[in-house]
Design a protein around this ligand. Structure first.
Ligand code: SF4
Ligand code: NI
Ligand code: NI
Length: 734
């Protein structure tokens, strides 16, 4: 009863503070001052979802505050009020709505208080992220819907010390939960404790520092409600549905660390409207009588070491986290974590050392399931900051295993390795790049564990298609150099299996949405003559992947009506892309980079761009680190276009695609190709020569300029004219 009273008192305080802030702001900025969270179509999301009110300017907040006042139970001043469930819940809701107004006003008063990004700037001491913008919502909110993240733990206050904070956070990360952090306990915040304990915080590690005040709790609820509107189709103003959606679908709860004051209690009461219980570490009476809610105790107090387990239990999540036999934490929460240069213990690939990954079918009788061998020096044999060549080879055997499945398993290595805490993985095939951190090595991580991960996860995720999995990891330089050409030959065979099939002769294409965890609007649609831009998936791979996993990331797409033969535009494809990109992309062309090209994500092997002066295009591969004639290096280009958008003038594609018949055929085809790095040219030389013959220009490969001929359009143009390159006399490209 005492806490319920405190909650109502706290709600009174919060609403009156917000009113004060509102009046001051009205005097200072005027009624027409815009009031909004940055880059969002959901206005102030709790207010919009619960009340249906679109707050756009300061004056709009007045009606919200009036609603808050009417929600507060009336008799508190005389203390004759008898708290019961409805009153406490209403007071809590009033507090949350008022906090949203107050936080929005803070964006006006102190525009630099919150960072406009997904990650913290720890070096400059700027860590508070505030309201997530819609890009973050699309990328992260979808995980709440598709189950990659069951929900979140909202942590209020601070742990007794940084070590305990770290333990709590990592425990939730391992359970795939997000941790939303707000408020402080006598000036100490959980977020800063994590930084002190050396933990990376930000959206990419699922540890999100919203703000140092209790009012920042509203950002967590706003995020949940926007997810309900964006992905759950809940209509703004339909508060009953939005709250029920959260209660039933979002696994969330509050952990109050430290003394619970009246304002915290008000927020705890507010969260109950969402079905989110509070578990505190101090001894406080229950806000509500037992049995009123679904939970036995809506608010309970437990010691730290039991806190995470008890929270999960109270909210009733059935966790199916399988143990992976490695000494570091493992799960999707660690996928986005980076390993900075200073933290690297061992680095392999990434252009610094030779590296490749190869999954191949093997005779069941020649392999031993679960066997992992490291051939060459392991981590214990090298000093911190070392580099080694690396070849990760996996042998798979089983009655149902087919060669067609090899690339599908191989493509999994990327995220499976990334899931390990302290490991970073970029790329695939012979452009893979590994970083293993000192922290992981301190915990006992060795190269052998990469094999253990692959063995365990392949069985878990693909157990239905094979029986045995064995891993050999080579770091011996001579051995790696022997394996790489063999791996490249295997990649080539896979790539070439597709040859002879045409887009015209195929009615069904396949989608790939594997990369949406990084580029939320990105959808690859893969046809026989346009392989996936990462180079790892062609049409046959997608078909096989769909056979293995009919509800997985590769779905058949019926082309449907042809809308533009030349540019490669089909109604069925557009309809699919529109849905799969969550209504953000309504149409794209397969064969053009000038007109609405396909979306590009960060793992493309190459990026093509228009060179207007040369009347052609260039392409650059990831392995080339020099300047290109666009004035941008590969990394800059990838940063600009790799976020899953349609960027006319640029498109990501695979190396193999360069020599496919349909490559940019809508813009004139390979005849337009005027520049590429020498390493790429050499790598695909045989195929380029063959294409030259096909198009009746046998020496075409020699007409393509490289960095040796120049990296400015002027230099290249001179070369093209000298060589008689066809682009020079073609119709204008733009
Ligand atoms: Fe799939 Fe495209 Fe990502 Fe490759 S780049 S994994 S094809 S979504
Ligand atoms: Ni990792
Ligand atoms: Ni990608």
């Amino acid at each position: 009863r005492l806490v319920a009273f405190a909650a109502i008192q706290g709600a009174y305080n919060i609403v009156s503070k917000a009113e004060g802030k509102f009046k001051t702001a009205m005097d200072k900025y005027g009624a027409n001052q815009p009031l909004a969270f940055p880059n969002t179509a959901y206005y102030l999301p709790v207010i919009y979802s619960v009340l249906g009110i679109k707050v756009e300017k300061l004056a709009d907040a007045e009606q919200v505050l009036n609603r808050c006042k009417s929600l507060l139970p009336p008799h508190i001043k005389d203390k004759i009020y008898v708290p019961y469930l409805g009153h406490t819940l209403d007071a809590g809701m009033a507090a949350i709505l008022a906090e949203e107004v107050a936080e929005a006003i803070r964006y006006v008063e102190d525009p630099d208080f919150y960072l406009p990004s997904e990650d913290c700037d720890v070096e400059r001491g700027r860590i508070w992220l505030g309201a997530a913008d819609d890009t973050v919502l699309r990328k992260r909110g979808i995980e709440f819907v598709d189950g990659r993240a069951p929900g979140f733990a909202a942590i209020v206050g601070a742990a007794p010390n940084p070590q305990i904070a770290k333990e709590i956070a990592e425990d939730y990360q391992k359970k795939n939960l997000y941790v939303f952090m707000c408020a402080n306990q006598s000036g100490t915040t959980f977020s800063e404790q994590l930084i002190e304990a050396g933990v990376q915080i930000g959206w990419s590690t699922r540890l999100v520092p919203f703000g140092p005040d209790i009012s920042a709790a509203v950002f967590a609820l706003g995020f949940a409600n926007r997810a309900a509107m964006a992905f759950g189709g809940v209509q703004p103003g339909d508060y009953a549905t939005v709250l029920k959606y959260n209660k039933d679908r979002v696994f969330a709860f509050v952990n109050a660390l430290g003394e619970v004051n009246a304002e915290w209690a008000a927020n705890a009461a507010g969260a109950i409207n969402w079905g989110f219980p509070t578990i505190a570490d101090t001894d406080i009476p229950e806000i509500l009588p037992t049995g009123v809610c679904t939970y036995e105790h809506v608010v309970s107090s437990v010691p730290y070491d039991k806190m995470t387990a008890r929270s999960i239990e109270v909210r009733g999540l059935k966790l199916t986290v399988a143990e992976i036999p490695v000494p570091v934490a493992y799960g999707p929460a660690f996928e986005g974590e980076r390993v900075r240069r200073d933290d690297v213990y061992l680095e392999c690939g990434g252009g610094k050392t030779p590296c490749c990954e190869l999954v191949q079918i093997a005779d069941m009788n020649t392999i031993e399931d679960g066997r992992v061998e490291v051939i060459g020096p392991d981590i214990k044999d090298v000093k911190p900051g070392s580099r080694l060549p690396l070849a990760v080879t996996v042998q798979i055997g089983g009655r149902k295993m087919q060669e067609d499945y090899e690339p599908i398993l191989e493509r999994q290595i990327h995220h499976l390795v990334n899931y390990a805490q302290g490991l970073m993985h970029i790329g695939q095939r012979d452009i893979a790049w590994y970083r293993i951190s000192k922290q992981a090595v301190d915990k006992g991580f060795t190269l052998e564990h990469i094999g253990k991960i692959l063995h365990a996860k392949f069985h878990q995720d693909f157990g239905a298609i094979f029986d045995k999995c064995q891993v050999k990891i080579y770091t011996d330089e001579a051995k790696v150099n022997e394996i790489i050409p063999k791996a490249q030959a295997a990649y080539r065979v896979r790539d070439e299996r597709i040859e002879g099939m045409t887009d015209e002769g195929t009615e069904t294409y396949y989608s790939c949405t594997l990369c949406q965890s990084f580029a939320p609007t990105h959808v690859c649609v893969i046809s026989p003559e346009r392989t996936g831009l990462c180079g790892a998936y062609n049409w046959l791979d997608c078909k096989a992947s769909f056979e293995i996993n009919p509800t997985g990331p590769n779905q058949p797409v019926q082309k449907g009506e042809t809308l533009d033969e030349t540019l490669g535009n089909w109604k069925g494809v557009n309809d699919f892309v529109y849905k799969a990109s969550r209504q953000s992309i309504s149409s794209y062309n397969f064969y053009s980079l000038v007109f609405d090209p396909m979306t590009t994500c960060g793992c493309c092997e190459c990026i093509a761009a228009v060179l207007p002066l040369c009347n052609g295009i260039m392409t650059v591969n990831r392995d080339y680190t020099g300047m290109t004639p666009t004035g941008m290096k590969f990394t800059t280009l990838a940063g600009v276009i790799g976020g899953g958008n349609v960027t006319p003038g640029f498109v990501g594609h695979s190396k193999f695609n360069v020599t496919q018949r349909k490559f940019v055929s809508g813009d004139g085809g390979i005849h337009r190709l005027v520049w590429m790095p020498k390493i790429l040219k050499e790598e695909i030389r045989d195929r380029l020569e063959k294409r030259g013959q096909d198009i009746g220009i046998p020496n075409f490969v020699d007409m393509i300029a490289t960095e040796e001929n120049g990296v400015t359009e002027e230099e290249i143009l001179a070369f093209l004219e000298k060589m008689g390159h066809p682009a020079v006399t073609m119709d204008p490209i733009l």
